[in-house]
Design a binder for this molecule. Structure first.
Ligand SMILES: Cc1cc2nc3c(=O)[nH]c(=O)nc-3n(C[C@H](O)[C@H](O)[C@H](O)COP(=O)(O)OP(=O)(O)OC[C@H]3O[C@@H](n4cnc5c(N)ncnc54)[C@H](O)[C@@H]3O)c2cc1C
Length: 204
């Protein structure tokens, strides 16, 4: 929205996708000594379910990827009609929903029926059972989606190129997409932003 207000095109748009985690029973936590990741599905910018041992000894399992009904929608009951309609009426989202209908429905099913999520996790830890997990925290990814229904899987920098010039817009550089793994890449993102600022605004 800010990018649009400062003269950038409408696309890509941010659509919020929630990622929900399960928590591993502390009695089994010692079995997970390191991060365990799947080979990612190149069709999606999300990594897929993984095992994350945390500093306090907890082990997080997940996340899934379901549409959040609110930009800060950390659970199914968090709904904002305006934000939800904004996502649902975006042609890019409709194209994505049609293209990946079965994958999307499976993600929702795994969210509401834990044994299916556990089945995915058993590929990495066959002894895992539904009794070993309980609901955990969730996060919301601000995922950029283009007009053609593609999940933007790279960093996306944008600035007003003068077509719809606004005085402020000419001096703003946006990072409109920071895909996974955002935290791990944070220093590289900062460097890229600093380099882009130098070239775009002739600061050197
Ligand atoms: C499901 C999921 C899985 C992810 N997995 C990975 C991964 O495996 N590896 C990886 O590298 N990255 C991952 N990420 C991305 C990573 O979490 C983010 O890139 C990173 O947390 C961004 O850091 P940040 O400090 O910019 O923002 P945040 O971590 O969001 O921190 C912003 C903070 O500001 C606070 N805040 C917001 N507004 C206000 C206000 N008005 N006043 C006061 N405080 C405010 C918020 O409460 C929050 O604590 C994942 C994200 C999600 C959602």
């Amino acid at each position: 929205m800010l990018a649009e207000m400062s003269g950038c095109p409408k696309s890509p748009r941010i659509v919020p996708f929630r990622g929900e985690y399960l928590l591993l029973d502390p009695k089994k936590a010692k079995l997970i000594k390191t991060n365990i990741y799947p080979v990612p599905d190149p069709r999606f910018p999300f990594l897929g379910v993984h095992f994350t041992p945390r500093m306090n000894g907890d082990v997080w399992l997940g996340p899934n990827a379901v549409l959040a009904f609110k930009r800060e929608g950390y659970k199914w009951t968090d709904v904002n009609i305006k934000e939800l309609m904004d996502a649902l009426s975006y042609p890019g989202f409709l194209k994505l929903a049609i293209k990946f209908a079965s994958a999307g429905i499976y993600e929702i099913a795994k969210s509401v029926y834990t044994p299916w999520q556990v089945k995915e996790l058993q590929k990495f830890m066959p002894s895992l059972t539904t009794a070993d997990v309980k609901s955990g925290p969730a996060g919301v990814r601000a995922q950029a989606l283009d007009n053609n229904g593609n999940l933007v899987d790279d960093f996306y920098f944008d600035m007003n190129k003068g077509e719809k010039g606004t005085a402020v817009g000419d001096r703003v550089l946006h990072c409109r997409n920071a895909p996974s793994p955002g935290a791990t890449s944070s220093l590289a993102i900062a460097k890229m932003m600093a380099d882009k600022l130098e070239t775009e605004f002739s600061l050197k």
